[in-house]
Design a protein around this ligand. Structure first.
Ligand SMILES: [Mn+2]
Length: 386
């Protein structure tokens, strides 16, 4: 069954321990003076990943290490696009289809920020190119062993941006109010912390301390401009579908939104964010079939949002959807948010046959409803079709 979160006594690092981590990172970077590093962030970068990668770049510069920040997917979600545009954030998209192992030959090391490599399509190429992983900084739960020189993985922290702010405070980069890039990066980190703490509602002491520190350097107008970015029409359409299709049972709201284009997949978490704001709803799940026409790939993508303190999204998602044939879970989560991805596989494509497309959605929709209802409403796990 849904497991209760074991109270709030998560162990956080003491100042002394953080000092030691900072010192170790400094020593690692010192050893790599003059290197060039590729900083890999998840395929669909969020503000936490983007701002943290930027912070790494600025720290690495102190050691004469050149970096390229790259992601393989699409920058979607209006807020992410405006963050990158308004701050001139130096992240580049690398299309994995047009890449060869040789494209990585200029790098002496790889750096993973806000992920452990499992959310990037670039990981297999980097492995093939035999680029050693030098640094991993992340706040997601442990995804398995990584051979790495310096690793700071702290699942008890809400945002990787909080960890990087601690590095700044620890002396790896002295922020300067008159340095425009520092000001922009500080603003981006504040945005990263804000978005990974559900607008600070889930923030803990260390996030507030980091925010307080950054507030000495940030640009309030820029911060506002990033936050007030508008939703696109297509996102609004998905939210509308989620509203129309939602079922509410036992304070859970869930909705299937049908087919979406690959570029619009970020509309799913935004729709879940919206559904969870309804009165008497503490948890929302929104899912749809995302299709990538170029690749002919289809995936069920789903997002969970919850305000219920005793609901652990990671356990909920793992319990609801289980594992694939290789033994990997279809998804997971942390604190207030979770997600899942289920490949449509053999049934993908054939999309110019409206009847087939409709049937396919109905089958998947029923299956997901069934799996969710089993957890939400255990007495009533038979779905009536109308
Ligand atoms: Mn994050």
């Amino acid at each position: 069954m849904m497991n209760e979160v074991k109270n709030n006594s998560k162990e956080t690092k003491t100042n002394l321990e953080i000092e030691k981590i900072v010192q170790q990172l400094g020593e690692t970077l010192e050893k790599h003076r003059g290197d060039r590093h590729i900083v890999v962030i998840q395929d669909f970068p969020d503000p936490d990943a983007l701002s943290s990668a930027w912070a790494y770049q600025l720290i690495a510069q102190q050691y004469n290490i050149e970096t390229d920040i790259v992601y393989a997917g699409v920058l979607s979600h209006q807020e992410n696009i405006s963050l990158v545009k308004l701050t001139n954030l130096p992240a580049k998209r690398w299309d994995p289809q047009n890449l060869q192992v040789a494209d990585f030959s200029g790098y002496q090391g790889c750096v993973l920020v806000d992920s452990q490599g499992n959310t990037s399509q670039l990981t297999p190429l980097i492995e093939k190119a035999e680029i050693p992983i030098i640094v991993v900084v992340d706040h997601h739960s442990n995804q398995g062993e990584i051979k790495v020189e310096f690793s700071d993985r702290r699942p008890e922290i809400n945002a990787t941006a909080t960890i990087f702010t601690q590095y700044f405070q620890g002396g790896l980069l002295k922020l300067n109010k008159n340095n425009k890039i520092h000001v922009k990066c500080a603003t981006a980190l504040m945005h990263g912390i804000r978005t990974d703490t559900n607008q600070l509602l889930q923030a803990q002491e260390e996030d507030f301390i980091a925010m307080g520190y950054l507030s000495n350097y940030y640009d309030p107008q820029l911060f506002q401009a990033i936050m007030h970015s508008a939703r696109s029409r297509r996102v609004m359409d998905v939210i509308e579908k989620a509203l129309k299709n939602r079922q509410v049972r036992n304070n859970f709201s869930f909705a299937g939104v049908g087919y979406l284009r690959y570029e619009d997949r970020d509309a799913i978490p935004q729709a879940a964010d919206f559904l969870v704001t309804e009165e008497n709803v503490h948890t929302a799940v929104v899912y749809g079939i995302v299709h990538d026409e170029e690749e002919g790939i289809e995936l069920i993508i789903g997002s969970l949002r919850t305000y219920k303190i005793t609901l652990d999204p990671d356990e909920f998602i793992k319990e609801a959807f289980g594992k694939n044939s290789e033994g990997h879970f279809y998804g997971g989560g942390r604190y207030h948010a979770g997600g899942f991805e289920i490949p449509v596989g053999f049934l993908a494509g054939f999309n110019d046959h409206p009847e087939y497309v409709k049937l396919k959605w109905e089958v998947y929709n029923l299956q997901i409803e069934q799996k969710l209802l089993r957890l939400v409403n255990p007495e009533d796990d038979v779905i009536q079709t109308d």
